[in-house]
Design a protein around this ligand. Structure first.
Ligand SMILES: [Zn+2]
Length: 330
């Protein structure tokens, strides 16, 4: 295997990470070293270093590539048809969906009262904070907004978009000293489900490069049902926190990594139990890989802490340590 073949992008469903050396891969926590990652690396190598590929495998590779190309082609036709149907149904200007509103965070000046009233209305976590903690929360939201740019793929933008998405980031990082997620400069907002490429997928949220992307419809729906265990905003922020603390030389990363390793020792056994139990707390997506399991655990931690603690107290406690907050003793 050639040694200097990176950087390459590894993806886990709705999350992507950029590795810049093979050494970085070897240093990843176990939760991120998975068969699908190795598969991605192998396919990267075969695409970029064909000389390394065994010639005996060429027919198989050719068949695989052909099948993949055919599949992608069919997906493109399907998506084009869907877009046409949508345009026709809505009888709207086909370019309107492509318009993107851009807001530089440092030019958005929301007052304390504006942020407070939006968070009180939509964010139950904020509502349950003491007045003193609410002030700290609002101050962090203001700082977070100032450090991001917001891209809204819609003809209309609402102040609730930057405020509530920033509030989700502050919620998950509220126990941590460093909360700005500086690796991520862009917040991208789609009105509803959207397409992502490489690979082509339909998503309601994802983390890729330096962007956190969300479907506003799903984000808001999930915050309006704060105890159903589903929250795409917190889910994506959990992935973003992983990228920030595990993949960059972030301040405070040492302690986070140590706590994360503790958490990382528990999840295999719980995933196995969840796959074999008839009444499962975690959904199918959570059990696809350890990365999705982490993001879903965070959703349950905030939305169903009693259930998570009742089923898996050690897992609950390990998340308390990673995030430095306890939803059952606030
Ligand atoms: Zn995910």
């Amino acid at each position: 295997m050639p040694q200097d073949t990176i950087p390459f992008l590894i993806t886990y469903g709705d999350t992507s990470f950029l590795l810049s050396s093979m050494e970085e891969y070897n240093q990843l926590p176990d939760s991120l070293k998975q068969p699908e990652v190795l598969q991605q690396i192998q396919s990267y190598l075969s695409e970029n270093y064909p000389a390394e590929t065994n010639t005996k495998d060429t027919p198989v590779v050719f068949m695989l590539v052909s099948t993949f190309m055919f599949f992608m082609f069919m997906k493109m036709i399907w998506s084009a048809k869907k877009e046409l149907r949508k345009t026709s149904d809505e009888n709207s200007d086909p370019h309107s969906a492509e318009s993107c509103l851009t807001y530089k965070g440092k030019e958005l000046h929301f007052t304390t009262e504006e942020i407070k009233s939006v968070c009180l209305k939509y964010n139950s976590y904020f509502r349950n904070l003491s007045p003193e903690k609410q002030s700290r929360f609002i101050d962090r939201v203001q700082q977070f907004i100032r450090h991001k740019d917001f891209y809204i793929y819609s003809s209309k933008g609402y102040k609730e978009m930057p405020i509530l998405i920033s509030a989700a980031a502050i919620q998950i990082s509220f126990g941590l000293t460093h909360f700005l997620l500086p690796h991520f400069s862009s917040i991208i907002i789609h009105p509803e489900e959207y397409f992502a490429t490489d690979p082509l997928r339909i998503l309601v949220g994802n983390v890729q490069g330096q962007s956190i992307t969300l479907s506003w419809k799903h984000f808001l729906d999930d915050y309006q049902k704060p105890a159903d265990g589903k929250n795409v905003g917190l889910h994506e922020m959990a992935h973003a926190l992983q990228v920030q603390y595990l993949f960059t030389n972030h301040r405070g990363a040492g302690e986070f990594k140590a706590d994360f390793e503790q958490y990382d020792r528990l999840d295999d056994e719980i995933m196995y139990k969840e796959k074999t139990k008839s009444t499962a707390l975690f959904d199918y997506n959570a059990l696809r890989n350890k990365n999705e399991f982490w993001a879903t655990s965070v959703e349950l931690f905030f939305e169903q802490p009693e259930a998570l603690y009742k089923h898996y107290p050690n897992l609950y406690n390990s998340i308390c340590s990673v995030l430095n907050q306890d939803m059952l003793n606030r």
